[in-house]
Design a protein around this ligand. Structure first.
Ligand code: PXG
Length: 466
């Protein structure tokens, strides 16, 4: 891209202004302000540039979203064109507009099975809030208003709004603001490394899936509206379920009269080597949450895709009292359409499936040999390593959970790689367009960071099991 570089004040000045006026998401304000935010000023392909001119390989694709990579002029052009023509109009009051119509049709064609209707939102959180109301309204429309409970999972992430954070299973989030809201329950997650103990992973996967059936029995099937889950948990730490997990979940959802909601906010749009994680795991959702990769993060947009049957029930029921000012925003829709065109015409999903993911897997799994690594796991362009002071025993560190992960994250930044921590695991979810040399660079920097982290831990007496 040849656009001129924007002018901005010196780093320290921007940091001071940021500290004075900006409340950051998921951030301890005083801790951040004491050292100053890292300020990202530009990006191209898979590389970020910060305000000091450092180039950093973005192993997280922003926040799991910049699937096609940075700097695609076509998206800027699509936004500019749409802004000139119709920068805003709503989809309430029996109106529509060309980009939202085209995007709904495009998504219906792309989505698996007969998921062929979309309710648009501005984000994944909003879409999951929609799903709570949509699932309950669906059952009310079918004459079963008592089917209200939504079963989710501990350590799931479904967003930050009151509804979405209640669906999520993050204890720290529930502790702030009196969550979860009523009629949402959480079963255990299929996290073999952390919770599987001596069990065989496949047996563990089946056991965790069967908790859903036990929970349906406990609540009474007549009270349960839906089960929601990410095909692969992202923010929870790239938790890749054993192969036995999803078939058993699907069986249970089929056997009991409940809706299956697949939260595809991270897994959708090529991340797992198929258009949707539901295809990778042969899941047949009734509702699918989409966001992030839908626009590769170039515009905020999300949505709930539902099957023809769910849409028919809803449409026949009467008015669904729900919607956002920016549901189906024309600029976001135009950008999403252009993003989907690029994903398709550049063959990016095939690139992931045939080239990038197999190569990443080959290289990433070798990290399991590193003395600091207890497990390396990968699926598509999602990968994690679990850090441990004791490889054989999969033991946690003696230091408080997250201490080692956070240190390692900071080292990664200094090494020129965004690889973030979840607890004491390190995870990546890079742009899908990475080529082999870029994957080599990612691995090289990851190894360098792990080596540096290990030395530091040894020097500080932290390589001890807790
Ligand atoms: N579902 C899933 C599976 C997500 O990962 C959301 C819903 C909510 O989307 P919005 O657009 O409302 O943010 C997400 C978002 C992290 C991190 O630190 C992850 C997300 C968002 C912010 C941070 O891993 N995922």
């Amino acid at each position: 891209m040849n656009t001129p570089r924007s002018n901005f004040p010196p780093t320290a000045e921007m940091q001071a202004t940021d500290a004075a006026h900006h409340l950051h998401p998921f951030t301890h304000g005083d801790a951040l302000n004491a050292k100053g935010a890292r300020i990202i000023t530009r990006a191209e392909g898979a590389f970020l540039t910060d305000s000091d001119g450092n180039e950093i390989l973005d192993g997280m694709a922003g926040l799991w979203c910049v699937n096609i990579g940075y700097g695609r002029d076509e998206l800027a052009e699509a936004a500019a064109r749409q802004m000139r023509e119709l920068p805003y109009y709503n989809t309430f009051f029996q109106t529509s507009h060309p980009p939202v119509i085209a995007l709904a049709k495009r998504l219906a064609d792309l989505a698996p099975g007969d998921l062929d209707h979309v309710f648009f939102a501005g984000s994944g959180s909003e879409a999951n809030d929609t799903n709570i109301r949509l699932a309950r309204t669906y059952w009310a429309a079918r004459g079963k208003p008592e089917k209200r409970v939504i079963i989710s999972r501990k350590n799931a992430y479904h967003g930050s709004s009151v509804g979405a954070a209640s669906l999520g299973g993050m204890q720290a989030m529930h502790g702030q603001g009196g969550l979860p809201i009523p009629d949402i329950t959480h079963i255990d997650q299929p996290y073999w490394y952390g919770e599987g103990g001596d069990m065989d992973p496949e047996a563990f996967g089946r056991e965790r899936a069967r908790q859903l059936e036990a929970e349906i029995h406990r609540l009474g099937e007549h009270n349960v509206a839906a089960f929601i889950a990410e095909p692969i948990q992202g923010a929870g730490g790239v938790i890749i379920p054993p192969e036995s997990y999803w078939p058993e979940i699907q069986r249970i959802c089929d056997a009991h009269d409940i809706l299956l909601i697949a939260d595809e906010v991270i897994c959708g749009f090529g991340r797992t080597g198929a258009w949707f994680g539901s295809e990778t795991y042969a899941i047949r959702p009734d509702i699918m949450t989409i966001a992030k990769g839908l626009s590769s993060g170039y515009q905020p947009i999300g949505g709930s895709m539902v099957t023809r049957h769910v849409a028919e029930v809803l449409n026949a029921h009467g008015e669904f009292y729900h919607g956002y000012t920016y549901s189906g925003h024309p600029v976001a829709a135009a950008v999403a359409l252009e993003n989907l065109r690029i994903l398709e015409e550049d063959g990016i999903v095939e690139h992931v499936r045939d080239t990038a993911a197999p190569y990443l897997a080959e290289k990433w799994l070798q990290l399991a040999d590193h003395p600091l690594v207890g497990e390396a796991r990968v699926k598509g362009m999602l990968a994690a390593v679990e850090l441990t002071p004791d490889k054989a025993g999969r033991a946690p560190f003696a230091a408080p959970v997250g201490t080692v992960g956070l240190r390692t994250r900071d080292i990664c930044f200094q090494t020129g790689l965004v690889m973030r921590n979840v607890r004491d695991s390190m995870i990546v979810s890079p742009p899908l367009i990475l080529d082999k040399p870029e994957i080599d660079l990612l691995i090289e920097r990851a190894v360098q960071a792990l080596d540096t982290a290990k030395k530091g831990l040894e020097a500080d007496g932290l390589m001890t099991a807790g």
